[in-house]
Design a protein around this ligand. Structure first.
Ligand code: NI
Length: 165
């Protein structure tokens, strides 16, 4: 396992469309471990493979049961909406509100090559949406409704809401 370098806004790789993951090779397993480790070290809520320079459809994300790897994730249902503050490990020092579905269903493959469908709400839903956007070359800055002063949120809100992805 190894920490990988997180690419920052301005790096063209963050604007590219990632390719589907086929067979789970040892290299893909290593990528999954590194994503989890790098996400943890950066205290992020999620981290997508293109953020570490790999254009493959794989993300690490915190779900209700803890950190998970989602391979080839697809959002297959969306309900409601909520506008919450987001941040991104690739855009340090910037935060803003984004409108997202309140509840989603995401279909993905596990490292055991099983296809799973999971519901996620609120904080977890927004994180999954944010990470899937990374696989399509979209940064949350593109979707920001209103910029927020990062020092204000650090003083007034609890830490989980401020986690970057
Ligand atoms: Ni991000």
């Amino acid at each position: 396992m190894a920490l990988r370098n997180i690419r920052k806004e301005g790096d063209p790789i963050l604007r590219k469309i990632s390719k589907p993951v086929g067979k789970i090779t040892p290299r893909m397993k290593e990528l999954a471990e590194d994503l989890l480790e790098t996400m943890d070290a950066a205290e992020g809520a999620g981290l997508a493979a293109p953020q570490v320079g790999v254009l493959r459809r794989m993300v690490a994300v915190h779900l209700e049961d803890g950190p998970q790897i989602l391979i080839n994730p697809e959002i297959i249902n969306e309900e409601g909406e909520c506008t919450e503050i987001e941040g991104c490990l690739s855009i340090p020092g910037f935060a803003g509100t984004v409108k997202r579905p309140q509840k989603i269903t995401v279909r993905y493959q596990t490292l055991e090559e099983e296809t799973v469908e999971t519901d996620a709400e609120d904080f977890f839903a927004k994180t999954v949406c944010h990470e899937v956007d990374h696989l399509n070359g979209i940064l949350f800055r593109d979707l920001v409704v209103e910029e927020v002063d990062i020092e204000d949120i650090q003083e007034t809100e609890d830490k989980e809401e401020n986690e970057e992805a």
